[in-house]
Every structure is written in structure tokens, then in C-alpha cells.
Design a protein around this ligand. Structure first.
Ligand code: FAD
Ligand code: NAD
Length: 473
């Protein structure tokens, strides 16, 4: 009898398993994915086909584009760099293998039992595990569902794994497509679009909505749109794709925009229109849990389902589909199972788009606050006024701090610029401790760092920024 059975070994499941083991619980983690040689493929979407391989390619392609476009700014001349795409892919694959086998090592060190197979919940104490050559029922006191998500497919552009691919296929192109189409200007569209654009593809993004990055700060989204178009991502808003047909040489895409019908041909098409929760054959019809209208497993703020002792975390439940959100939910849940007090600060889950420059934010936007009738004040600082950003040739973008009008408490930090992810993370720490804009202003920031832009933006909230003119709102 296990204390906890965890279904799925992505950042939700494997982190929950390790923390549970630290708390002295007897744990099994069931994973259905396997490698080509038949061993269990741990790590879920994030490590295998998500966060990690995409960042490996973002970093490689950034270096390539930098060598071509910006080395000469620094007085360094190089002959045109030669691209070895298979070496770039090998590097990415090696990093994935290192990290996924690392989890296997962590499981061994923490005495987490790894079980290979497809899990199905029979009731709150029994999980059936099926693999090609075995089927068994495991007994447990608690179950944590961490089964993650998969790419959404749309019938007008069916994935053929050749020239119409999802995000996984887009991490594996063997050569640089001359003309690349992307459906969806979300996080994946922008990150993978950037990778292939930097490597030489002519990229066209077709987005259904009229608004670009609706979840981000409006002003920042406008700057991001302008910059990415300048970089070569041709982002078209308000486009409804009606068909994508492959003739094995090219993909012909038809879309509607403002009552006009257009047709465009691509060498490859990436479909990146969001992800859906994984619940296929996961819940026995008598187990007491049913999914909501979008396929998510309904849970409360503590990730409890409607059945006692069954919990669900990560991409398979509501909230942003982000690895760090998934892992934190995993820690919260097993701590609660172990009888500890634990909760999630859902208002402080940061978001990052790992383009160049990065886009990052935490907390509320001006639009959220206006809608909630909360009075606020803002302070912004452009990276063009940051000495370090200028010295690095990275002066695009700006940072904004939003604070409560009366209490000065920081309510949001939004950035587009160099190291935006790491800078916004400092805002997350400040907000976790309930800091005011003045608190950040009184904090000493090393000079010269790009983080000083956060310091200045916080000071600008109260009209005290040093390196820009302050005009009170
Ligand atoms: P998953 O990682 O999807 O893991 C679920 C696991 O459960 C899988 O291994 C699956 O095989 C297994 N499973 C499912 N059903 C069963 C079953 N019935 N029995 C046994 N096993 C089962 N997020 C970020 O925060 N930062 C990023 O930079 C980032 N980049 C991304 C880039 C791409 C291209 C993609 C696609 C995603 C990215 N994400 C990123 C999102 C991130 O990968 C997910 O939010 C995260 O992986 C969710 O973790 P999870 O553990 O809930 O699910
Ligand atoms: P997304 O939700 O970020 O973006 C999908 C986009 O596709 C949206 O803008 C949507 O309006 C558009 N769209 C939907 N249907 C369409 C259609 N038929 N035609 C044209 N456009 C359409 O989803 P994604 O980019 O696929 O990413 C999936 C998830 O993975 C996200 O939730 C994200 O959180 C996660 N992810 C995170 C990171 C990161 O944290 N850096 C990176 C990649 C993925």
C-alpha cells in the first residue's frame, strides 16, 4: 500500500514525488511514456518536448543570429557563420537526456518507485496500470493526478508529422524551412517562430484574435508586436484559417481576414493554438470524477477534486499551463497530504515569453485593475535609459511597476527587455513579501545592471526616478 500514487512524471508529478518522499511518504510515480530503447521517459512535456528543448534551440539560434547581425556592432568581424542544424539538434537532445535521466537518479535517491504504464483510476484507493505486457492494480491512500496536456489539433489543419506539425515536430526540423507558417501568435508561436526566423526562415504567423498577447500589459504588447515584426516575424491578426492542404512538397493555407480570402504557401506549417488536458482513459466511470466542459479536472484552490484523497495538479487543471505553477501545486498538495499547512499564491505566478528580448510579467495589468475598480499608479522606465542595457546593445523595451494608489503596495510588474524574466522575478519576490513601490525604491541595486530599470520604475511610481523626467499621472 502506497501513501501516494502520482500519475505523470512531468514538472507537476516528479516534483510532487520528490517532496512527498522528503516528507517520509511511500510514493509511486506512474509514467506511460517510454524511450526508443524501452525505458521509462520521465520529465513530461517540459523536459522532453517543451521548456527545455525549446530553450536550447532559442539559445543556439540567438547566438547564430547575434553573430550575423550584431557582432559587427562591437567591432568584431566574422565570416558568415555556417549552420550545422544536426549538431544543434544533437546538443538539444543531449540536454534533454541529461535532465530526464537526472530525474531517474533523483527518484532512486529519494526511493520513489517508478512504475511504467498507463494509469487509470478505479477508485480513491486503486489505480490500474497497463503496459503492453502487464496489467496490475496498485493500492494507495492518496492519488495525485499530474497527467499534463497535449497540443490541440484543429480539423482545418490536421497534423501529418511531415509538413504540418505541432510544437513537438517544430523542435525537430532537419533543415531550415524557407517559408514557415505558424497558426497562433501565442507563446509557442512566438518562441518557435523566433527560433526558425533567426535561423533563416521567412515566418508568417496567422492569429485568429484581433488583439496581440491579450494577457499582457497593453502598452508592452504593442511594443512587442512592433519589435517582433521588425525582427522578421510577420504577425497577422484577425486571420481565420479555413484550410491547410499538403501536397507533400508544400502546404497551401487559406485564411479569411476582414471578409477577404487569401491563400499562402509554406514549406512547413506549425499549428500552435493551445493545449488540452490529458484525461483519455484516465478516469473509470465509477471513480467519481468527471471533467469540465473544456476537459480539465475540476479542483479547488488546494487542488482537491470532488473525491476525497484524489488531487489534481499542473496542466490537467485550471490556471496557466506553466511548469513552475505545476511544480508548486505538486509541493502544496503533498505537504497537505502530510498534514502541513500549505497554499499557493496564484496571484504571483510569473509568465515569461523567452524571445529576444524577453517578455515577462507578474500580477495584475492596468486593465485588470480598472475592471476591478482598484485605483492604481504606475511608473515606467525605458531600457534605452539604462547604462548597462546600452553598454550591452540591448536597449529595446521598458519596464512598468503598478502599485495601489493609496497603500503603494506593488500589484504588478511588466517588462519587455533584456533579462526581463530575471528582473520580473525580483518583482515576484518583492510582491511575495508585500513590498511597496517605495520599498523597492529604497533597495540598493548593483550598478551597472539591467535590474536597475526595476529600481527606477519603482521610484517612478512616486515621481522619484533619477534617470528620466518624472511626470506624475
Ligand atoms: P506534463 O509535463 O505534460 O507531464 C504529464 C506526464 O503525464 C507526461 O509525461 C505523460 O506521459 C504522463 N501521463 C499522462 N497521462 C498518463 C496516464 N494515464 N498514465 C501515466 N502517465 C500519464 N512552461 C514553462 O513554465 N516555461 C517554459 O519555458 C515552457 N515552454 C514550453 C515550450 C513548449 C514547446 C511547450 C509545449 C510547453 C512549454 N511549457 C513551458 C509548458 C510546460 O511544459 C507545461 O506547463 C508543463 O510541462 C506541465 O507539467 P505537468 O507535469 O502538469 O504535465
Ligand atoms: P497559447 O494559448 O499561448 O496561444 C495560442 C494562440 O493561438 C492564441 O493566441 C489563440 O488566440 C490562437 N488561436 C487559437 N485557435 C486559433 C485558430 N484556429 N487560428 C489562429 N489562431 C488561433 O498556446 P500555445 O502557444 O500553443 O502554448 C500552449 C501552452 O504552453 C500555453 O498555455 C503556454 O502557457 C505554454 N507554454 C509556455 C511557455 C513559456 O512559459 N515560455 C512556452 C511555450 C508554451
Amino acid at each position: 500500500m502506497y501513501d501516494v500514487i502520482i500519475i505523470g512524471s512531468g514538472p507537476a508529478g516528479y516534483v510532487a514525488a520528490i517532496r512527498a518522499s522528503q516528507l517520509g511518504l511511500k510514493i509511486a510515480c506512474i509514467e506511460k511514456s517510454s524511450t526508443a530503447d524501452g525505458s521509462t521517459q520521465l520529465g513530461g512535456t517540459c523536459l522532453n518536448v517543451g521548456c527545455i528543448p525549446s530553450k536550447a534551440l532559442l539559445d543556439s539560434s540567438h547566438r547564430y543570429a547575434d553573430a550575423i547581425n550584431h557582432f559587427s556592432d562591437h567591432g568584431i568581424s566574422v565570416s558568415k557563420p555556417k549552420l550545422d542544424i544536426s549538431k544543434m539538434m544533437d546538443r538539444k537532445n543531449k540536454i534533454v537526456t541529461q535532465l530526464t535521466t537526472g530525474i531517474s537518479g533523483l527518484f532512486k535517491a529519494n526511493k520513489v518507485t517508478q512504475v511504467f504504464g498507463h494509469a487509470k483510476i478505479i477508485d480513491s484507493n486503486h489505480v490500474e496500470v497497463t503496459s503492453s505486457d502487464n496489467s496490475e492494480v496498485l493500492e494507495t491512500k492518496n492519488i495525485v493526478i499530474a497527467s499534463g496536456s497535449s497540443p490541440i489539433n484543429i480539423p482545418v489543419a490536421e497534423i501529418n508529422h511531415k509538413d504540418i506539425v505541432d510544437s513537438t515536430g517544430a523542435l525537430e526540423f532537419e533543415s531550415v524551412p524557407k517559408k514557415l507558417g505558424i497558426i497562433g501568435a501565442g507563446v509557442i508561436g512566438l518562441e518557435l517562430g523566433s527560433v526558425w526566423s533567426r535561423l533563416g526562415s521567412e515566418v508568417t504567423v496567422l492569429e485568429a484574435l484581433d488583439q496581440f498577447l491579450p494577457m499582457a500589459d497593453k502598452r508592452i504588447a504593442k511594443d512587442v508586436y512592433k519589435e517582433f515584426n521588425k525582427q522578421g516575424l510577420n504577425i497577422n491578426l484577425g486571420c481565420k484559417v479555413t484550410s491547410a492542404i499538403s501536397n507533400n512538397k508544400a502546404v497551401s493555407v487559406t485564411y479569411e481576414h476582414d471578409d477577404n480570402v487569401s491563400e499562402v504557401t509554406f514549406d512547413k506549417l506549425i499549428v500552435a493554438v493551445g493545449r488540452k488536458p490529458n484525461t483519455d482513459n484516465l478516469l473509470d466511470q465509477n471513480c467519481g470524477i468527471s471533467v469540465d466542459e473544456k476537459g480539465f479536472i475540476p479542483v479547488n484552490d488546494f487542488c482537491e477534486t470532488n473525491v476525497e484523497n484524489i488531487w489534481a495538479i499542473g496542466d490537467v487543471v485550471r490556471g496557466p499551463m506553466l511548469a513552475h505553477k505545476a511544480s508548486e501545486e505538486g509541493i502544496m498538495v503533498v505537504e497537505r497530504i502530510a498534514g502541513k499547512h500549505a497554499e499557493m499564491a496564484y496571484n504571483l505566478v510569473p509568465s515569461v515569453i523567452y524571445t529576444h528580448p524577453e517578455v515577462a510579467w507578474v500580477g495584475q495589468t492596468e486593465e485588470d485593475l480598472t475592471q476591478a475598480n482598484i485605483e492604481f499608479k504606475t511608473g515606467s522606465f525605458p531600457f534605452a535609459a539604462s547604462g548597462r542595457a546600452l553598454a550591452s546593445g540591448e536597449s529595446t523595451g521598458s519596464i512598468k511597476v503598478i502599485a495601489d494608489k493609496k497603500t503603494d503596495t506593488i500589484l504588478g510588474v511588466h517588462a519587455f527587455g533584456p533579462s526581463a524574466a530575471d528582473i520580473v522575478q525580483q518583482g515576484v519576490v518583492a510582491m511575495e513579501f508585500g513590498a511597496s513601490a517605495e520599498d523597492l525604491g529604497l533597495t540598493i541595486f548593483s550598478h551597472p545592471t539591467v535590474s536597475e530599470a526595476l529600481h527606477e520604475a519603482a521610484m517612478a511610481v512616486n515621481g522619484q526616478a533619477i534617470h528620466i523626467g518624472n511626470r506624475k499621472k
